[in-house]
Design a protein. Structure first.
Ligand SMILES: Nc1nc2c(ncn2[C@@H]2O[C@H](COP(=O)(O)OP(=O)(O)OP(=O)(O)O)[C@@H](O)[C@H]2O)c(=O)[nH]1
Ligand SMILES: [Mg+2]
Length: 572
């Protein structure tokens, strides 16, 4: 599927040509028909001699409706450039060509119209003028077809030229990331809200769950049409009319966009290249009422030139642009910049970074994914895909990591591990990305929640304090000469249990539970503290913490002066 937009000065015969090619008058409104003037976009379709389907977007030529022209050419891939032989090259011939160039439209055919009323000299003159004006542009060398729609002259030749054009124009690429910039919205009787646009980036399907942005309104695709024919799905590069469930047509406006929300980074600030038109008679600075045309929309913006304070006519530089509301953008999106005060096209460029992290004073944007990774150090692979539209396999876990940063983190971790000695490092004390790279260290392993050097002998294995506790379970020695760090680790591992400031071997706790079970076996009515002390051979100091631990873990329960069986009393 291909969409071609018309372009050219007012009254040069664009709509007439569209009607001659398709049988459809693209001027939809009574006012347009009455004045013989296109005000807003028109749409029509035809099948070319080769059988290829072609959609045409007809744009207005009048300078007053330039914003409508801009809404129509944002997503097309080729143009039908119209110049009337009777008038030759005119201001909007020039401005439309500049705009198409700024939008990076790379393919087109030229129709030299109204050759009927023009004599041969005028036609020759117009040819020469066109050749001169398009020199060095994408239309340099494009076929020039002479036409006269009322008499049918040249229409077959133009259809053949359009066939060659679409054959030479690459079809829209399917990145699995559909985006429909909405150029029209209306309510169809019985169906509800319908939006139209030129689809790019991916396929749209009936029942797709999408959202309208910038509002974020969730919608579902009820049905899809391409020039009034219903489809279950439509590929990128198609004109689409989408019947939506979930939004009223008057909540939606031209310039809104239909996407799968989570596939995009929705931005209000982006860095971009800016090429200033040669024809401008003043430099471009941050001052001025700047308006950006992106997709099918028009957005008043604030703009800052990155680097110098101003860009001279013909210069190319970088800018930071602040949008009033978030839009789902990607590097590579093209835009046109106008100044509404002077009502002039200033230039245009390409989005380079939809989520700049550098300050404007130091930012030097380009489209490189490596730069974005470098500036972030660590970036989630899904996030990176939303930011760039491209997938990079993660280096560690779900992270894509700048190689230098990865090297540094690994080195730092190695040094810390060395100084930590055989005990290693507690995983809980590491940053999330440090934890993620532990598998890349090679010479360290994760054991019991710690990162330890491989082959390191566990310094706490057969710890003398544990042995001392075990050999005197109910009268445990105090940990006076035990290293505090080691003691903490022994408690964390569960080898030693601390109750109310007294340290017991884990086995002592189990033994105390069995002792309680034996006492209750003798007398199910309960046992007293002194009975327990006597059986354990210890004093209140060591008996009370044990009993409160048994109570606390449900082995025993306290009733008045005695302990009775709790739910977790072991069997003996
Ligand atoms: N004789 C002759 N008249 C033409 C030709 N093409 C267009 N016209 C006439 O020129 C007038 C303008 O044609 P349109 O097709 O409306 O021009 P346009 O470029 O669409 O104008 P805008 O959309 O307003 O920019 C109409 O009266 C047409 O009938 C042609 O090839 N030969
Ligand atoms: Mg027209």
């Amino acid at each position: 599927m291909h969409v071609v937009a018309t372009a050219g000065h007012v009254d040069h015969g664009k709509s007439t040509l569209v009607k001659a090619l398709t049988g459809t008058d693209p001027d939809r409104f009574a006012e347009e028909k009455a004045r013989g003037l296109t005000i807003d976009l028109g749409f029509a379709a035809t099948t070319l001699p080769s059988g290829t389907a072609l959609s045409l977007v007809d744009v207005p030529g009048h300078v007053r409706f330039l914003k409508n022209m801009l809404a129509g050419v944002g997503a097309v891939d080729a143009c039908l450039f119209v110049v009337a032989a009777t008038e030759g090259w005119k201001p909007q011939s020039e401005e439309h060509l500049r705009i198409l160039e700024l939008l990076d439209i790379a393919h087109g055919v030229i129709a030299l119209t109204k050759v009927g009323p023009a004599d041969d000299d005028l036609v020759d003159l117009a040819r020469l003028e066109i050749a001169e004006k398009v020199e060095g542009t994408f239309l340099d060398g494009a076929p020039v077809v002479t036409t006269d729609a009322p008499t049918g002259v040249g229409i077959d030749e133009l259809r053949a030229a359009l066939d060659n054009l679409v054959a030479a124009t690459p079809t829209a690429v399917d990145h699995g990331r559909p985006r429909l910039w909405i150029d029209r919205t209306f309510s169809a009787r019985g169906a509800g809200t319908v939006v139209t646009g030129t689809l790019s980036g991916g396929v749209l399907r009936v029942d797709d769950e999408l959202a309208i942005h910038p509002t974020g309104t969730a919608v579902r695709v009820r049905s899809l049409e391409n020039h009034h024919a219903g489809h279950r799905e439509l590929p990128p590069g198609s004109r689409c009319a989408v019947n939506l469930v979930g939004a009223a047509h008057d909540e939606i406006a031209r310039g809104n966009v239909l996407v799968r929300t989570d596939q995009w980074h929705h931005t209000t600030m982006f860095d971009a290249s800016l090429r200033v038109l040669d024809q401008l008679d003043h430099p471009v600075s941050r001052r001025g009422a700047h308006v950006v045309y992106l997709g099918s929309g028009e957005h008043p913006v604030r703009m800052r030139i990155l680097g110098p304070n101003a860009l001279e006519p013909g210069a190319e530089g970088s800018v930071r642009i602040y949008l009033p509301r978030p839009l789902p953008l990607l590097p590579g999106d093209r835009f046109v910049l106008r100044e509404s005060g002077r009502s002039e096209t200033v230039g245009g460029g390409e989005v380079l970074d939809v989520d700049p992290t550098e300050k404007a004073s130091t930012a030097r944007p380009d489209r490189s994914m490596d730069r974005m990774i470098r500036e972030r150090g660590w970036v989630d692979a899904d996030e990176l895909e939303r930011l760039t539209g491209k997938r990079r396999e993660p280096d560690v876990d779900h992270w894509v990591v700048d190689p230098e940063v990865l090297h540094e983190v690994l080195e730092r971790l190695r040094t810390r591990l060395e100084t930590a000695g055989p005990m290693g490092l507690e995983l809980a004390g590491l940053e999330p990305f440090e934890r993620a790279v532990t598998t890349l260290l090679g010479d360290a392993v994760v054991e019991a929640g710690r990162l330890v050097p491989m082959g390191a002998v566990d310094p706490l294995a057969d710890h003398p304090f544990v042995a001392a506790l075990a050999s005197s379970p109910f009268v445990p020695p105090a940990p006076d000469d035990v290293d505090r760090g080691e003691l903490r680790e022994l408690v964390r591992r569960g080898d030693v249990v601390e109750v109310e400031g007294i340290f017991y071997a884990a086995s002592a706790i189990e033994e105390a539970a069995r002792l309680a079970a034996r006492l209750l076996d003798n007398d199910p009515e309960g046992f007293t503290v002194s009975a327990f002390r006597e059986a354990a051979g210890n004093t209140r100091k060591h008996a009370m913490p044990l009993l409160s631990h048994l109570d606390g873990t449900g082995v025993t329960r306290r009733r008045d002066d005695v302990r009775i069986a709790g739910p977790r009393l072991p069997n003996i």
